[in-house]
Design a protein. Structure first.
Length: 286
């Protein structure tokens, strides 16, 4: 088996079953069903031993995700992707809004990668895979690992908070010019910094703000939940919204605009930015 990802459990207030705690801790296993399947196939180890769905996580454990070496069959989704950076170790691609990164569906970014990326020439080359997540309705930059070593290294960079991500969103209502939102999500600490870049008036929404966001943690739906919590939900959000202020048919106005990190192998400083989608520019002229 090949080690793919490692997760260090922080101290916990109370024990929680692995099948509950483990949802979302690995970039390549975003769903509960995927996690349970990996546990059943003896691909999840806790403190060096195969795990079970009945196992309780108490805190400070090391959880490892493996993949079987004989994993040659994989669906191929013929979907053209925009490649913004690529070498033998990793790639950065643009994920359009309205497509899943991974999961049980056929139409995912994960299934389209081998059709779009060059095969790595390195000895540890493996099937390219995303090393983090973007929500289905979110557009923006997605980091891909192309070798076993790079997948592990990139996950460590995320775990050590050495990959800086910048998002842009359109938010509803009056906002402070800048600030931070420090609010736990699912009983885990979560911190987001925000800066309002531009504000326009809107007959329907009162004010619309172009907001730059710097998440300091990576909780599920963190930006969407945090902005909703201060009364400034993201335009087009149908899960976290204020009554009568839901915009339909335009999608979610949330965009992962910049990735910045030191390449784990070449040590080159990489900063990639993807311009805002057209629907943002229609609201903000500058």
């Amino acid at each position: 088996m090949i080690l793919v990802e490692t997760h260090k459990v922080p101290p916990l207030d109370k024990p929680i079953r692995l099948q509950e705690y483990g949802v979302g801790i690995f970039a390549s296993l975003p769903t509960k069903s995927g996690l349970k399947k990996a546990i059943k196939n003896n691909l999840i180890f806790v403190n060096g031993k195969p795990s079970t769905t009945a196992l309780f996580i108490k805190g400070n454990e090391t959880i490892e995700l493996f993949q079987a070496e004989d994993n040659t069959f994989k669906k191929h989704f013929n979907f053209p992707l925009e490649i913004l950076f690529e070498d033998d170790y990793l790639a950065i691609i643009y994920k359009p809004a309205g497509i899943l990164v991974s999961g049980n569906s056929f139409a995912t970014i994960d299934n389209a990668l081998t059709q779009n990326l060059q095969k790595s020439t390195l000895p540890t080359a493996t099937r390219p895979r995303p090393v983090h997540r973007l929500d289905y309705p979110t557009s923006g930059l997605l980091l891909i690992g192309k070798t076993t070593e790079s997948i592990i290294s990139l996950n460590k960079l995320f775990e050590q908070k050495e990959i800086q991500k910048t998002y842009h969103a359109v938010c509803i209502g009056k906002m402070k010019r800048n600030g931070e939102i420090d609010l736990p999500i699912d009983d885990k600490n979560a911190l987001t910094l925000f800066e309002v870049i531009q504000t326009v008036t809107s007959p329907r929404f009162g004010h619309l703000n172009l907001v730059k966001l710097h998440p300091k943690t990576g909780r599920k739906h963190q930006l969407r939940k945090h902005l909703f919590s201060i009364g400034n939900p993201i335009l087009g959000d149908k899960e976290y919204f204020l009554e009568d202020l839901v915009l339909h048919r335009k999608g979610l106005f949330l965009h992962a605009s910049t990735l910045s990190f030191t390449h784990p192998f070449s040590k080159e400083k990489i900063t990639i930015t993807k311009e805002l989608p057209k629907k943002f520019k229609k609201i903000f002229s500058q």
